[in-house]
Each structure stands twice: as structure tokens, then as C-alpha cells.
Design a protein around this ligand. Structure first.
Ligand SMILES: Cc1ncc(C[n+]2csc(CCOP(=O)(O)OP(=O)(O)O)c2C)c(N)n1
Length: 552
């Protein structure tokens, strides 16, 4: 057995059963070895797609996503998606072939280690035949424990050497699940937080991606109940509190008018795995003058990074919520706080879809809000929504519900356009039982065009919803009002539905609600992807975006 095969076998033994990638001479053997041991291999058409797919798969499955790429250009093609995974703390293992150490003049040679570390990924390596299996296990373990992308360099000369017998497995059985390591907070810190809670009347719990990765819904729900808190999430943690009566949805620019009026009234803000950045707090406007802030995070340098806080607690979001709840229980503390039946009714009645708006949609276009509300009604409740970057992204965030946090793939940690289709494909592979929506702009869709063929080839239940304004709308709305010419970011109309059909999927153009019949028919028996090229009114700009541009 060669080292390449031993590495693939070792990873399969550790539970790796799904691999995304694009094969070249450097990574074919290791990937074959995984496939030979039962792993499913899904080929992308671009390495950015492969890593985005592994990222989306990981977010939905809660497991370490795995991608496999060729050395040199295969790896450079992953960089934007890798940076997104690093910033979003997605646990990923990227198997990257590498040039032999001695091949200093190889065309493929680059500083792979420096390259991936520059975007925040961890570089690991198989060092030689004797250590290769242990090296691979360590890389997988690091991705899992550190909740970040790890790139395992596989020099092709080392891969080709004979492998010693496989060392006995360090862990057989269930596949790796990130977040097994949940540091508990210091008891003194918990006691200090309990003191603050005892003096609060209107507490607010803000949950971020750290709370999602920690699986902290239940302990946060219990804590919220005890202290009478309003619940909200950052945009990335959307869905964490789905269905709870005192949850107001996303905080920040996507907050409903009701939420935007309630959030600044809090006198105590408990942030769990949420950075409290400018998006979540609307540049601080949603934190009232009286608010005392407690921030819980695994990372010491996250504490106070965006907002000064009164108390920082280093610990896992779920464990800290549990310990704080237990401390308050021991003190005999419980209060109604903000929780009245009237408030629950108000929250239920004033969701985004209930807020009136002056519908646009002139000249054969549809208002993106009208479109989103209608699709939300048509889609089954059990769905996954993956969102690209661009001006359109507020519409799915505001109008498309998700049943829980793992059904929401918001690949916006790097604010890169073009990763949404890949991450949606990975999400759809993770949940073949339900419909996945890829919400994209036309710019993002065209950037990831090659993966339309992937979606069709894999026969995914994927609704590719393109908010098509025939422009880089974000730039139009940003610079147009300032009087700058924006003709360079406006494009002739493109028939994206025809492109999807050419790639082997379905495609329909939507200019009015009446055109959604094709979507209804597809939903009745969703087989293979359907691209909805929604020609949206290019004049409509979300208030959240106007506010973001004003704030600079
Ligand atoms: C990879 C990348 N390139 C460029 C940008 C700058 N940018 C931000 S939004 C945007 C426009 C995206 O257009 P589209 O996908 O059609 O969405 P829209 O803004 O029109 O809703 C661009 C080019 C970026 N964020 N990422």
C-alpha cells in the first residue's frame, strides 16, 4: 500500500464519508482510497466550489467537511472559499497535494503553507511514510477541535512511498463532530454574571455563530425563560431560536421595526458567541444607553473587540448558559422580565411579511419582497436556505424562514460574492431529504456558473433563486446616490434560466407572481435543480443597505 492510500484509508476509518473536490494527478490516489472505502465523492467544476460545498455541508451536517484538491493552482483556486471558512470558523479538512520538497523548479511550486495561513487556515503536512497516518488523523482532529479549516499538505513523493502497516485506530466509530470540546467558564465569572442578571429588569440574549457551533439553543432557551429575556441572533445564527415566542429574529439591519424598537430597551445584554459587530448592533444603535454588556466567547481576543463590555467570560456558549442558569437557580432567582403574553403576541403579529411596503416592480420586473414572501409560502417548512453576498441578501434573511440554525447557511464571513451556489450544493448533499434554496444575485450566480453543471449532475433538490437586477446592485445602490456614474456595473439582461437548462437543470424566468406556477410544479416533485431567474426591480434597495452605506 502506498502512503496516499494509507492516508485515505485512515481518514475513512475516522468516519470521513463525504468528500468534495476536483481531481488531478496529485490527489487522485488519496481520493480513490476514500471512495474505495465507501466515501461519497462529489466532483465540483472549480476548486472554489469544492471548498464552498464542503463548507455548506459542514454547516448543515454539524460535522467536519472534507475537500480534496490538486497542488499549486488547485489550491490557489480554493482561497476565497477557504478564507470564508476560516472567518466563519467552519471545521474543514482540505486534502491538498503538494510538490516534492526537492522539486524546487516545479511549475506547480508555491508556498502552500504560507498561502493558506495567510487567509486564516491551519497548514498541516504529512511528513513522511512513518508519520503520515498520524499526521492525517491529527489534521482531522485539529479541524474538529479548533473549529477551523485545516489544509493537509500531501507531497506527492511522500504519497508515492510504501506505507508501513496502519497504526491501530485512535478512535473508531462515529464520524467526527465538531464541538466535542466545550470549555466551562470560571465559576467567579458566572457568579459575576449572575449578579448582573439579578439587577436587570429587561435582559436580552444575543446569540451568534459561537452559540450555533456549541449547539446552545436549549440552554439559552432555559436561561432566557428563567431571567425573562428577549432573544435575538446575529445574522449568521439565524434560526437558532426559531419558533420560540420571545425571539425577535435577526438583530441589526435585518431586525423588524418591532425588534428595532425593543432591542435598545434592554438594560442587560448577554452575548453568547456573538461578536456584537456593526452588523448585529446596527453600529451600536441597537444597544441602549443603559445596557450593561456581558460577552461570552471561546476566544479571549473576541471579548470587547467591537464594543466595550462590562464582563467578559471565556467559555463555551452552551456550557456558560447552563452554568449561569444553575447559579441563578441556586440563588432562587427567576423573573418575568420582559416576557408578557402581549409581547409574545406582538412579536408573532409583526414579522417582516406583516410590515406594509409600497410594492415596486415596473417594466416586467417583480418586487423582491413580493417574490420572497410568495416563495416563503410555497416552500415546505423543512428547508435549507443558503445565501450568497450582494445587495439582495437582506430579502432571504428577512422573508425566508428557516426551521433551525443548521438550515441557514450564510456564507458572508468574508463578504465574498460567488460562494453561495457552492455552499448551497454542499448543503443539499448533506440534506437530500429536503429542498435547499440557493439565494444568489445575478453577479454571484454568473461567478459560480460552472457549478450549475454540478448541481444538475448530482440531481440535487436545489432551488437556485436568482435576484436578477442585471447589475452589481450593491455598487449601484452605494455609488449611484452619490452621483457617481454606475454604468460600468450594469449589464445587459442575461437569460440565466437558459444557462441552467443548458447545464442539465431546469430553468424558469419570473417577472410576476403568475410565473411562479413552474416553481409550484417543481416543488410537487423536486428532482434536479430548478433555477428561478427572477427579474427583480433594480430600483429597490433595502433600508438596511442604505443604512450600511451611510455608516460607511
Ligand atoms: C469576490 C468579490 N468580488 C467583488 C466584490 C464586491 N461586490 C460586493 S457586492 C457586489 C455585487 C454583487 O452583485 P450580485 O451578485 O448581482 O448581487 P446584487 O448586489 O446585485 O444584489 C460586488 C461586485 C465582493 N464582495 N466579492
Amino acid at each position: 500500500m502506498q502512503v496516499a492510500e494509507a492516508v485515505g484509508a485512515a481518514l475513512a476509518e475516522q468516519g470521513v464519508d463525504t468528500v468534495f473536490g476536483l481531481l488531478g494527478s496529485g490527489n487522485l490516489l488519496v481520493t480513490n482510497a476514500l471512495a474505495a472505502r465507501g466515501a461519497r465523492f462529489a466532483s465540483s467544476r472549480h476548486e472554489s466550489g469544492a471548498v464552498s460545498m464542503a463548507d455548506g455541508w459542514a454547516r448543515v451536517s454539524g460535522r467536519v467537511g472534507v475537500a480534496s484538491v490538486h497542488q499549486g493552482p488547485g489550491l490557489t483556486n480554493t482561497l476565497t472559499a477557504l478564507a470564508e471558512a476560516a472567518k466563519s470558523r467552519t471545521p474543514l479538512l482540505v486534502l491538498a497535494a503538494d510538490t516534492p520538497a526537492a522539486a524546487v523548479r516545479s511549475n506547480f511550486r508555491i508556498d502552500q503553507h504560507g498561502l493558506v495561513e495567510s487567509v486564516g487556515a491551519v497548514a498541516e503536512r504529512i511528513h513522511g511514510p512513518a508519520s503520515a497516518v498520524a499526521d492525517a488523523r491529527r489534521a482531522l482532529r485539529r479541524a474538529e477541535v479548533e473549529r477551523r479549516p485545516v489544509v493537509l499538505m500531501l507531497p506527492i513523493d511522500v504519497q508515492a512511498q510504501p506505507a508501513p502497516d496502519l497504526p491501530p485506530p485512535v478512535r473508531a466509530g462515529p464520524p467526527p463532530a465538531p464541538g466535542l470540546h466545550r470549555p466551562r467558564p470560571a465559576p467567579e465569572a458566572v457568579a459575576a454574571a449572575a449578579d448582573l442578571v439579578e439587577h436587570s429588569e429587561r435582559p436580552l440574549i444575543v446569540a451568534g455563530r459561537g452559540a450555533v457551533l456549541a449547539g446552545a439553543r436549549d440552554p439559552l432557551e432555559a436561561l432566557g425563560e428563567r431571567i425573562g429575556a428577549l432573544l435575538t441572533t446575529s445574522a449568521v445564527a439565524n434560526g437558532l431560536f426559531a419558533g420560540l415566542p420571545y425571539a425577535t429574529g435577526i438583530s441589526g439591519g435585518f431586525a423588524t421595526p418591532l425588534a428595532a424598537s425593543l432591542l435598545p430597551r434592554a438594560d442587560l445584554v448577554l452575548a453568547f458567541g456573538a461578536a456584537l459587530n456593526q452588523w448585529t448592533t446596527s453600529h451600536g444603535a441597537l444597544l441602549g444607553p443603559e445596557a450593561r454588556i456581558v460577552q461570552v466567547d471561546l476566544e479571549p481576543d473576541a471579548i470587547g473587540a467591537h464594543r466595550p463590555v462590562e464582563l467578559g467570560i471565556i467559555g463555551d456558549a452552551g456550557e456558560t448558559a447552563r452554568d449561569l442558569d444553575a447559579e441563578l437557580a441556586a440563588r432562587g432567582f427567576a423573573q418575568e422580565g420582559v416576557r408578557t403574553p402581549e409581547l409574545a403576541q406582538q412579536i408573532a403579529r409583526r414579522r417582516w411579511r406583516d410590515e406594509p411596503f409600497e410594492a415596486g416592480g415596473a417594466d416586467g420586473t417583480i418586487d423582491p419582497r413580493t417574490l420572497s414572501i410568495a416563495l416563503d409560502r410555497l416552500l415546505p417548512e423543512q428547508r435549507t436556505v443558503a445565501v450568497d453576498s450582494g445587495a439582495f441578501l437582506g430579502w432571504p434573511a428577512m422573508y425566508l424562514d428557516v426551521p433551525d440554525a443548521s438550515s441557514w447557511v450564510f456564507s458572508n464571513g468574508f463578504q465574498a460574492v460567488g460562494l453561495g451556489l457552492g455552499s448551497a450544493i454542499g448543503a443539499a448533499v448533506a440534506r437530500p431529504d429536503r429542498v435547499t434554496v440557493a439565494a444568489l444575485g445575478d453577479g454571484g450566480a454568473l461567478m459560480a456558473l460552472s457549478e450549475l453543471e454540478t448541481a444538475a449532475r448530482l440531481g440535487l433538490r436545489l432551488l437556485i433563486l436568482v435576484y436578477d437586477d442585471a447589475a452589481y446592485g450593491a455598487e449601484v445602490h452605494h455609488f449611484g446616490p452619490q452621483g457617481h456614474p454606475v454604468d460600468l456595473v450594469c449589464f445587459p439582461d442575461a437569460d440565466l434560466a437558459a444557462l441552467a437548462r443548458a447545464a442539465g437543470g431546469g430553468g424558469v424566468t419570473v417577472r410576476a407572481l403568475g410565473d411562479l406556477g413552474a416553481v409550484e410544479r417543481w416543488l410537487a416533485a423536486p428532482e434536479g435543480p430548478l433555477l428561478v431567474d427572477a427579474k427583480v426591480d433594480p430600483g429597490i434597495c433595502g433600508e438596511w443597505l442604505e443604512e450600511a452605506f451611510r455608516a460607511g
